[in-house]
Design a protein around this ligand. Structure first.
Ligand code: PSV
Ligand code: MN
Length: 426
């Protein structure tokens, strides 16, 4: 299904007066303070976040999976779902595929569909954390780090295959997330596992097309619970440096031990020109896969503050691949993604309001109180009218979540696809 522009306009009609009042008030206040509201609106509109193909079905836990019905059961339907979210939010203009879950059958038809919905193909993700049916070798004890050369070779050629699939779609980066590690002390030789991983990554990197990047994700635990081979940003950065210029670290918000200073990690990586990608989610305890901004919105703002600083001051760092990486059990996945996109835009817009010049002076004068005031003034600003205006300017919905509900999208999807469809993925 597709949402018509007129349907969105009808939904907007009910809210336009309230929006105009709120926007005029905020825009006047910001202009009086010297902000260039048009530039801020443009930056908000330009900020596009990829939707991972695996977040469109109901996520599962190891205890169970509860469907929301009408789930996409093939790649075409996944792209259609992203198209729905994008037409409402105008923020989700890309999809990130996971291979082998999303191998296209007809490349030109898939490209045409994505094109018609204004969806680009973002990073492609390899999967060496599950065994493919009838695969010769098993990843039970690791993939790129495995003690067996035959297993490592299979994992390397899988990644090379993923690159080839991505090339046919117009992707420009490969994301490698490894589940490799150990569950018990003594199970692995740390040094051998790291050396094997470095060698394997270098082999993949050697076949990376000239205009591609390799993004190396890290994670401290899960599914391995004693050690992971690429446990932290330092290890990822070390591997990226070993591979070469076009290899970067990818930060996933959920992949840190509690209380890690993620904003500082982001800042350091950007200074070194090595932050390539970013996965959004939120968590209370670990990699909880919760809706962005639902638990720690201030932490998200502080991270965005460093991202914005880096975007403006670190030309050595490339444009980042932004992606939501969250998927769970209790919400309609499309509503969940809409909420995440809103939280991302909100944190970004607030970070754009940080008075960088004043902050620099306050930092130089060691005026700690003023520094905090500057950050918190930006954080306390209700920027939602700016997000609404940015969406309105691009024919999106003033309130995507309300439009989604009043247009009965889920009910229509259930009618079209039935109740018992299951998305490929976890
Ligand atoms: C597992 O933690 C994970 O969520 C990683 O963050 C990857 O990005 C994703 O799966 C897909 O492989
Ligand atoms: Mn991730």
């Amino acid at each position: 299904m597709k949402i018509d522009k007129n349907q969105i306009q009808d939904c907007n009609q009910k809210r336009i007066d309230e929006h105009s009042n709120n926007f005029d008030f905020l825009s006047n206040a910001l202009s009086r303070k010297g902000y260039d509201v048009e530039t801020i609106l443009k930056k908000i509109s330009d900020f596009q976040v990829a939707i991972p193909s695996w977040a469109l079905g109901a996520g599962g836990t190891r205890f169970g999976r509860f469907s929301f019905y009408g789930e996409p059961s093939n790649l075409e339907q996944k792209i259609e779902d992203v198209g729905l979210i994008h037409s409402l939010t105008k923020t989700a203009g890309a999809i990130s595929l996971h291979i082998p879950w999303d191998v296209p059958k007809d490349y030109s038809a898939i490209k045409q569909l994505a094109n018609a919905l204004e969806i680009k193909f973002d990073a492609v993700n390899s999967n060496t954390f599950q065994d493919k049916q009838n695969a010769k070798e098993s990843y039970k004890y690791g993939s790129l780090s495995n003690t067996s050369k035959a297993v490592r070779d299979q994992a390397i050629s899988h990644n090379q295959e993923v690159i080839k699939i991505g090339e046919k779609l117009g992707s420009k980066s490969l994301t490698v997330w490894l589940a490799d590690g150990s569950c018990f002390p003594g199970q692995n030789n740390f040094q051998t596992a790291l050396q094997n991983t470095e060698r394997s990554l270098k082999e993949i990197y050697a076949t990376l097309p000239e205009d591609w990047r390799m993004l190396i994700e890290y994670k401290p635990y899960e599914p391995n619970f004693y050690s992971t081979v690429i446990q932290d940003w330092g290890t990822s950065l070390m591997l990226a440096n070993a591979c070469g210029k076009r290899a970067y670290t990818l930060v996933d918000l959920g992949h840190h031990l509690p209380n890690s200073n993620i904003e500082q990690i982001v800042s350091t990586l950007m200074l070194k020109g090595k932050l390539g990608g970013f996965h959004f989610n939120d968590s209370k305890y670990g990699d909880d896969d919760l809706t962005v901004g639902s638990i720690k919105p201030y932490a998200l703002f502080l991270i965005f503050n460093e991202l914005v600083y880096g975007i403006e001051n670190n030309p050595q760092n490339p444009a980042l691949a932004w992606m939501i990486d969250a998927s769970h059990n209790v919400k309609d996945p499309l509503e969940d993604l809409i909420q995440s996109l809103e939280a991302i835009q909100e944190a970004y817009a607030k970070a754009l309001l940080v008075d960088q010049e004043a902050l620099k002076i306050a930092q130089q004068e060691n005026d700690v109180v003023k520094c905090q005031e500057i950050l918190q003034n930006a954080y306390r600003t209700d920027v939602r009218p700016l997000l609404e205006k940015a969406r309105l300017n691009s024919d999106g919905a003033l309130s995507p979540i309300n439009a989604y509900r009043s247009l009965n999208i889920r009910q229509q999807l259930i009618q079209e696809r039935g109740k018992n469809t299951v998305a490929t993925g976890l």
